[in-house]
Design a protein around this ligand. Structure first.
Ligand code: GLN
Length: 522
């Protein structure tokens, strides 16, 4: 099953014979192996493998993403592609959308063809190749590299998460804790990636080093991209060396007929959504298609919500959460575009006399996740049965997100007088991270609880689709960013804050109904 968060160990069938090489050991398991629970903090030892692999994958993902928009808008003389904000925003949005959209076929391929382990390995290999392709200074290599990374991430990201779920037997109380640790791994990588790639790509120190080695410093971007590739390669090495710890998790499915036709349909569906979205981006006459992101889910919510069956009602609740997630990611995922540009062009990038690369702002969200995730973990345990319902947490999540953009309204006005303090962005990320922790992990676990068991893969696919569409909208919105008029920029932030505020109020009004739709799921 795709994204099997709620699943127990995979069936112990058809294990290929053991072999002595690490690669073969990773891709095969001995029959009868059981998951061991002797790892860190009483978790299965396989969690360490998945933790470090995902840490390095996210290092590469966020390390590269921190440079992506800067590289696209930098002038040719500075080694960039000299795109305008709109073009860079659309490419950023389309790329990040594809990353999440391809998680749907990626999960399907693992379930029906390769199994989780091989999918993660192949995905990681393709990702590393993608980053090394970006390291070549040519526009064709740039697009080729992005395509490789989207396919690789589609294979790796959903399946590494579902393997975390499969480490635990059904009903194991340590599962949530395991996911919290895993989320920490994600953010350790996401914290370190931009620090390293940003220093390589943007700092004067490294540019001087390059010049000293007789190399052209304008190509420093590509050293940053290469570092992302090195990170993913380290992740693959860890995965190969410690893969045995996964024991029987993520085996390939039993041999038999392979569902090529449904795979074709899934790929065709993803391509069709991509084509429609691109049409709305590239031809202004079709921009109205974007209203469909909201109108279609609303119609589906009403249709499912007024059915008699409990499963249909729960699907309506899933759709409400997913729609809220589209709105959330559309703002939150501007971190790498709008906020990145604000940080680079309108913020003082200096602390205690040290000029830091603007890409470092991308690490702030992860620092707050690492600091705040344990606080939330403690709070939910402390509140126990008295904790807010999932739809109310979502409402709060949207509320904090609206506040984060509201905070940027005075910051934008202040830019009229010159560069502003970096603390504005730190404040923004604090509010956004509180919102993220109220929505993202809550959403993931609520999806697994609401999904009728047979539809778990589909429901997780809907959740990733919400991420994909949100990312796409984030790119479209970021295209409106301006660094030359503080008042227009203030209106840009205010409009979006109000938009999210309205969504939060609408969700708040719907909380009692959504609770009813959930039919007893907390
Ligand atoms: N930061 C998290 C990750 O990279 C979640 C991001 C998202 O779902 N948009 O996994």
């Amino acid at each position: 099953m795709v994204f099997g968060f709620a699943l127990g160990p995979a069936p112990a069938t058809l294990a290929p014979p053991m072999s002595s090489s690490p690669a073969a050991a990773l891709l095969s398991v001995a029959p009868g192996d059981l998951p061991d629970m002797a790892g860190l903090g009483g978790h299965p030892r396989g969690l360490t493998t998945l933790f470090f692999t995902e840490m390095w994958e996210r290092f590469s993902y966020y390390g590269m993403r921190a440079l992506l928009v800067y590289f696209m808008v930098a002038p040719v003389a500075a080694g960039g592609l000299a795109y305008d904000n709109r073009k860079a925003g659309i490419i950023y949005g389309t790329y990040t959308m594809c990353v999440y959209m391809l998680c749907i076929p990626g999960g399907f391929v693992a379930d029906n063809f390769l199994g989780g382990r091989r999918s993660v390995f192949c995905g990681g290999l393709i990702i590393a190749l993608g980053h090394f392709t970006l390291a070549l200074p040519s526009e064709a290599a740039f697009f080729g590299g992005l395509v490789l990374i989207t396919f690789g991430t589609g294979l790796l990201k959903p399946n590494i998460s579902s393997m975390v779920g499969s480490l635990y037997p059904p009903g194991d109380p340590r599962r949530d804790g395991g996911f919290s640790l895993f989320y920490m791994g994600i953010n350790l990588g996401a914290f370190n990636g931009p620090l390293i790639t940003g220093w390589l790509a943007q700092s004067d120190e490294f540019k001087r080093l390059l010049a000293g080695w007789g190399l052209d410093p304008v190509h420093s971007w590509h050293w940053g991209f290469a570092a992302a590739g090195v990170g993913m390669t380290l992740g693959l090495v860890v995965y190969l060396i410690t893969g045995r710890r996964l024991v029987q998790v993520g085996r390939p499915p039993a041999a038999g007929t392979r569902p090529w036709r449904p795979l074709g349909l899934v790929l065709l569906g993803a391509a069709a959504v991509l084509a429609v979205v691109l049409l709305s981006d590239l031809n202004p006459d079709f921009a109205w298609i974007r209203y469909g992101y909201v109108v279609l889910p609303v119609l589906a919510i009403l249709w499912f919500g007024f059915q008699v069956s409990l499963d249909a009602k729960r699907i309506a609740a899933v759709l409400v959460f997913s729609l809220a997630a589209v709105v959330f990611w559309a703002i939150f995922e501007q971190a790498g575009s709008t906020i990145a540009l604000f940080g680079d062009q309108l913020t003082r990038t200096e602390v205690l006399g040290y000029r830091f690369p603007s890409a470092w702002f991308q690490s702030v969200n992860s620092v707050f996740v690492i600091l705040l995730a344990p606080v939330f973990g403690w709070l939910w345990v402390r509140l126990g049965a008295n904790q807010p319902s999932a739809p109310f947490k979502f409402t709060l999540g949207l509320g904090f997100l609206a506040l984060s953009f509201l905070l940027m309204v005075p910051a934008a006005r202040l830019t009229i007088e010159g560069r502003v303090s970096p603390l504005w962005i730190v404040g923004l990320f604090f509010l956004q991270t509180v919102g993220e922790l109220l929505l993202s992990p809550v959403g993931l676990s609520t999806m697994t609880k609401l999904a009728p068991p047979k539809l778990l893969g589909l429901i997780m696919g809907i959740w990733f689709l919400a991420d994909a569409l949100g990312n796409q909208l984030a790119g479209v919105l970021a295209g409106e960013f301006t660094s030359t008029d503080g008042n227009v920029l203030a209106a840009f932030f205010l409009k979006q804050a109000l938009w999210v505020g309205v969504a939060a109020v609408a969700l708040l009004a719907g909380v009692p109904w959504v609770k009813k739709l959930m039919g007893g799921v907390k």
